[in-house]
Design a protein around this ligand. Structure first.
Ligand code: SF4
Length: 284
């Protein structure tokens, strides 16, 4: 089970996205997947290239649209493990509508956000995750808006698996991706993945100084949503680990009435002309 392929990533040396790629590959192998059992769907941005760097099915979608594609894939073929991935601009700006609804829908896929708090591919503009005061080409006098709080937003939107990690902590990130894949429902993992070229504020050293591991907070209970929210607010969102998990809520697939027992992708879709004519009449 080798999830490496022979495509050489063209990320800048030191980019946090390398570790996300390695962690997905390790996690997929650790949970016993085969390359043909995994689909990685991505949006647009430096991070969007990841779907081409993993030996699995890959779909490099359009900006902000990784989640609708990933959800469609999973609904058509539930036998696939589906990972959607992209950057903070992709998922929390243009794709935000999809992000919120995928969270509350609880379709059984894993969404990994490479959060570098800037738009890297377009050479360094302020993103929804940039802090107030952050100076870039698009905000030369400093960003006016406060940064979006993705984990608080995920809790509010109804996500059933909410986690956060840091690119340089491969062990924790791999374990969280494994747990996300195994979670029955929608799992979101926000990864602090530094852009070494354009973000000179939120660097590896900055994160090392400012992050708190939830495993270091005595008695932290990820099944308690209120505690999760309070902890995030107290720590300004700068925590890593499993923030919240609800293992009781059924997934979207379990709730859909009439969802066939056989994945659509495996069904004989020969056209039944009579049924087709009946269907057409409904629209005439
Ligand atoms: Fe990574 Fe930033 Fe380089 Fe893009 S520009 S590859 S995000 S370091």
């Amino acid at each position: 089970k080798d999830f490496r392929n022979n495509v050489k990533p063209n990320w800048c040396p030191g980019c946090g996205d390398f570790s996300v790629q390695a962690s997905i590959q390790r996690a997929a192998a650790n949970v016993g997947l085969e390359p043909e059992g995994l689909a990685v769907v991505s949006g647009i941005g430096c991070s969007g290239r990841i779907s081409g760097y993993i030996n699995s099915y890959g779909f490099h979608g359009i900006h902000g649209r990784a989640l609708p594609i990933a959800q469609g894939l999973k609904m058509a073929n539930r036998d696939l493990t589906v990972i959607a991935s992209g950057g903070d601009g992709d998922g929390f700006a243009i794709g935000m509508g999809h992000t919120i609804h995928a969270m509350r829908r609880n379709i059984d896929i894993t969404y990994i956000v490479m959060d570098n708090q800037i738009y890297g591919l377009t050479k360094g503009q302020t993103s929804p995750r940039s802090s107030a005061g952050f100076k870039t080409k698009s905000t030369p006098q400093g960003a006016i808006e406060p940064a979006l709080a993705p984990m608080e937003m995920a809790l509010t939107a109804g996500a059933t698996f909410v986690a956060q990690s840091f690119s340089s902590d491969l062990k924790e990130l791999t374990a969280l991706i494994e747990a996300g894949i195994q979670h029955k429902g929608f799992s979101v993992i926000n990864v602090f993945s530094p852009c070494v070229t354009y973000n000179k504020i939120n660097t590896y050293d900055w994160f090392k100084e400012n992050l708190t591991k939830l495993s270091d907070i005595e008695g932290y209970d990820p099944s308690n949503r209120e505690e999760a929210m309070n902890t995030l607010m107290r720590k300004d969102g700068l925590v890593t680990g499993l923030i919240y998990q609800n293992q009781e809520q059924p997934s979207y697939q379990e709730l859909v009435t009439g969802y066939s027992t056989e994945p659509l992708a495996h069904q004989d879709i020969k056209l039944d002309e009579q049924k087709f004519d009946e269907l057409l009449k409904e629209f005439m």
